[in-house]
Design a protein. Structure first.
Length: 202
């Protein structure tokens, strides 16, 4: 028997993360997206609209807001601190004009390079607020897919581990390590397609 199934990598990631069982994933890298598989095998998606309007809590989202912090420093709206000095080093900016040049050339990937500084220098109030906001955005993505809070949640992607301490307790207590990756999920999808078990995503 032959079968063909074309799906998003979010679908295969949630299949792999929870072993084909019901659960939620939030993928957090340069971009972000959440997906859930319900008890009927139906896949739902939340977020993932793309940078700069979406991809909440992603590396690019975090880096963009770090750049805003740097703008305020260079305007003397905020005092200099270790975090802002690291941001200056990362962007190569020395003043307002050189930062504008960096901003004009920056894309999603460039902004994402600033994200690690937010975790490294988490103590300044501006960085702490930003990480709290990111955690709340992750909570919203999960709640949109599982409002009753019934399913386990797996954080995936390069920023998954750094974000764990900042995710609200309502989500943190449901966090589980991924059972397998997206490739394993694709194999599960192929098995379901071949056996006629696959459910169509909404």
């Amino acid at each position: 028997m032959r079968a063909l199934a074309v799906e998003s990598d979010s679908y295969t990631t949630v299949l792999g993360a929870h072993g084909g069982e019901a659960g939620v994933i939030v993928t957090l890298g340069t971009g972000s997206i959440a997906a859930a598989l319900d008890a009927n095998g139906v896949c739902g998606i939340s977020g993932g609209y793309g940078f700069p309007s979406g991809d909440e809590a992603s590396g690019a989202w975090l880096g963009l807001r770090a750049a805003v912090h740097l703008q305020r420093l260079l305007d003397a709206r905020l005092p200099e601190d270790d975090w802002s000095r690291e941001l200056l080093a990362k962007t190569g900016a020395t003043d307002r004009d050189s930062l504008v040049v960096w901003l004009c050339n920056a894309n999603q990937t460039a902004y994402a390079t600033l994200a690690p500084t937010v975790f490294e220098f988490r103590d300044p109030p501006a960085a702490a607020r930003l990480l709290q906001q990111a955690g709340e955005e992750i909570e919203l993505l999960v709640a949109a897919l599982d409002p009753a809070g019934d399913y386990p949640v797996a954080l995936c992607g390069g920023l998954a581990a750094p974000y764990e301490p900042f995710v609200p307790i309502s989500v943190r207590e449901r966090l589980r390590a991924s059972k397998a990756d997206s490739a394993a999920g694709a194999l599960e999808l192929a098995r379901r397609a071949a056996s006629g078990m696959r459910k169509e995503p909404r």
